[in-house]
Design a protein around this ligand. Structure first.
Ligand SMILES: O=C(O)CCC(=O)C(=O)O
Length: 266
């Protein structure tokens, strides 16, 4: 279920691509209003499951039915304009998932939000592309496999975890050897990412504004790194792998059943 490319929509609506140059603020306001209206919560779920489903089933990645909560909205948008300007999100970081105890409820001071090794409040990080993103259009940079280092950075910090700034500093230093990938794609593509994935923005060298939603998928129940029945979600398994915890035969059996179930649904 690809979304319409908001930039193309704006072009088709009349003002033409020059509006990005002559009147960027109102263009962004209009496009975001459209994009926010377009997918209702069922649409978002369908997108996560169906659009990304060719590569993986988000429901299964997040741990199966009953382990994740459907989203009502897509949160803030990250819009990048051509021009090569740097931005604060260009530094390597991990998106924090819960507010620290010193913050008042509803605070959006995200540098003081935190993440912990059990990935409190975050079952997946999702990158929703709302415009076509080629290599020059400021695709998000991704350090492939960096979630494994991030798990090790977070483990000693226990339940309180680390705030966004300190986590970025340590996870960036620990994952510099990882290969790079770029979140390019078509409007409507969704990347389903491990919550600990180290990523960064980059300046826009293309010609059309880039629109990205980066919400989290909240778990319906806390993630757990020790389960008697071995029924770990893939996200939990990845954290355990990062921490060097061996899979027991029972867990391997569970994983095998999960993989066979996935293949049989194709
Ligand atoms: O703009 C991007 O590609 C990345 C944005 C980002 O990582 C963030 O807003 O946390």
């Amino acid at each position: 279920m690809p979304l319409a490319n908001p930039v193309r929509q704006a072009d088709a609506a009349g003002p033409g691509p020059d509006r990005a140059v002559t009147d960027p603020i109102s263009l962004v306001t209009d496009l975001i209003a459209d994009a926010e209206e377009e997918p209702d919560s069922e649409g978002i779920q369908a997108m996560v499951v169906a659009v990304a489903g060719g590569r993986a089933k988000s429901c299964q990645i997040a741990g199966g039915q009953g382990r994740w909560a459907s989203r009502e909205a897509l949160g803030g948008f990250v819009v990048r304009f051509p021009g090569g300007e740097p931005a604060v999100v260009d530094g390597w970081h991990i998106d924090a998932s819960f507010p620290g105890e010193d913050l008042e409820a509803g605070s959006t001071d995200y540098m003081r939000w935190r993440a912990n090794v059990e990935s409190r409040d975050c079952a997946l990080r999702m990158f929703f592309l709302f415009s076509d993103v080629g290599e020059g259009d400021a695709p998000t940079r991704i350090r492939v496999g960096s979630h494994l280092e991030a798990a090790r950075v977070l483990e000693p910090e226990g339940e309180t975890g680390l705030d966004a700034r300190e986590l970025a500093r340590r996870a960036a230093a620990a994952s510099g050897h990882r290969p790079l990938a770029y979140a390019t794609g078509k409007a409507g593509d969704v990347y389903l990412c491990h919550p600990f994935l180290v990523h960064a923005g980059q300046p826009h060298r293309g010609t059309s504004p880039r629109f990205l939603g980066q919400p989290k998928l909240a778990p319906a129940q806390p993630l757990r790194l020790a389960r008697e029945d071995g029924a770990y979600s893939p996200v939990e398994i990845a954290i355990r792998r990062g921490l060097g915890r061996r899979q027991t035969d029972r867990q391997i059996g569970h994983l095998r059943r999960w993989a066979v179930g996935r293949l049989s649904q194709r």
